[in-house]
Design a protein around this ligand. Sequence first.
Ligand code: PRX
Length: 660
Amino acid sequence: MTSMELPPQKQRSFEPTAEAQSGANISGMAAYRELASQAERDYEGFWAGLAREALEWRKPFGKVLDESNAPFYKWFEDGELNASYNCLDRHVAAGHGDRVAIVFEADDGTVTRVTYAQMLSRVSRLANALKRRGIQRGDRVVIYMPMSIEGIAAMQACARIGATHSVVFGGFSAKSLHERIVDVGAVAVITADEQVRGGKTLPLKQIADDALAMGGCDAVKTTIVYRRTGGYVAWRESRDCWLHEIVENEPDVCEPEWVGAEHPLFILYTSGSTGKPKGVQHSTAGYLLWAAQTMKWTFDWKREDVFWCTADIGWITGHTYIAYGPLALGATQVVFEGVPTYPNAGRFWKMIGDHRVSLFYTAPTAIRSLIKAAEADANVHPARHDLSSLRIIGTVGEPINPEAWMWYHRHVGGERCPVVDTWWQTETGGHMIAPMPGATPTVPGSCTLPLPGIMAAVVDETGQDVPDGQGGILVVKRPWPSMIRTVWGDPERFVKSYYPQELGGALYLAGDGAVRDKDTAYFTITGRIDDVLNVSGHRLGTMEIESALVAHELVAEAAVVGRPDETTGEAVVAFVVLKRARPQGEEAEQLAKALRDWVGKEIGPIAKPKEIRFGDNLPKTRSGKIMRRLLRSLAKGEAITQDTSTLENPDILNQLGQAR
Ligand code: PRX
């Protein structure tokens, strides 16, 4: 994309209101610039200062950054701490034990509150129970749980004993769960009988049982089950136990396991360009530092705030801005079990009013679907609810179109709340490019400026800076504390994926395209430049979906591409060649449905193609390479204007161009 295609930013810029600016943690652009230049002047000193202030260390660190084995960077390595201690004990010790940590609202609207003292006790008892089952520092524990206080407590309990958790989103299939359990080498799985969302249940324990029966999971000696609904579950005495039973007689004191700053706090799987998901490994100190710091900077968090991030703990947003960031500060947060459209599409707005939420953080896909709903039914419009408590509203996960931004600003933020569009990734641990709400003027569709200390830039294919206004590849020039440490079990893949030689080997490659505005230097993200799709803010690898499709007995070949979608951002379109004649009409409908369900089973419902087109073949070059850019045009319904002279079989384009 070139700057020509972008609207001039100055015309649509929104200055922070006087109210947003006064008393903000970072107030005014001069304060932002001062921080950013501190980082430029003394990079290590800048980070060391933040790390000393934000975290409580058992043993202070001496060395800040170790670059000797780049790109395997180490931060604060000789320091020792515990993440759970930083999230719970220190607030209780400071006299804040009675402060509400979590306001949990269940799918049916039931509200449960836990204070910091209660949370500490719950986490400590579960941590003791884990230890009693032989789970130790360094062990990996897979968490496959619904949005719940117990899910957060499970993550914290792992952190407390130095076990590394790997949370798998409840929407993933048995097969995906199995793949992650095996890859991470889990010794235990923590799950629930069932998950409840939008009035529907999903049998998590049964899916976990299916996953564990797929073989190669012998290391899993324990399955801990949180009883959410009381629904039927199959039981294996030697392995399964109820969470409420194992914590019953445990003491509510558990000495935290002090770990080194680089100790892996968690591994979270995400999609890449190849078929196999990557286990993104995060550290303890650097990660937690940035989780806490960005709460203060991007959300301007203050003690009186009620924070609500609508993400699921199965994604990085739920890790950083539910399970760790808010707790690290001693914040009060809302945690929601359900979906935005149940019992109706006014649920979010009602909850903001009911809980007096002041900082709200959600995804563009949710906003877009709620706009549609509000336009169709005035009863679910935000105007029907009291949103006066809101102070700052944020978005994450995918580009937000300016129209949706403006609606959010107007109807949710009352034209008073800064909109923080936060660009980051599973690999970055926390926000990277985002406004500071008391300082940065915002522009619809732009995530604005890098946070202080984040050396983001736009380069060409050789790693050279491109001039502002010209599109290019988004990179980060210097390591930062909350960055990915490695791909679990595959350090080579880490280097190849994120520090490729083509860019010189010293730039972090984000996998996104970006353009920086000529006048404001603001960043606009133009989307992934690799084979990763972003559907409703969920990251999906095209190869992953293709592998799932070709694993079906009828499928000979498959190619998957993305197509822009009004609500979900992108939609999955699959071009499929069967081992038998191309189906048509009714048969094609039925087979498409069967294949969609198959992908749902292989990966999870989020990966189901929106559209499947059958062909006798795929467009290929004479050397047999599939021409994906042509497929992308076909999926969009565009006329093919590209050169097709190198195609082996140009006629196939006509066939594939017809949607069923
Ligand atoms: O393409 C970018 C998009 O989401 C990708 C990261 O996905 P994931 O690791 O699942 O993390 C999502 C939550 C942090 C990025 O490479 N993305 C994320 N935030 C934005 C975005 N694209 C545009 N604007 C954003 N604010």
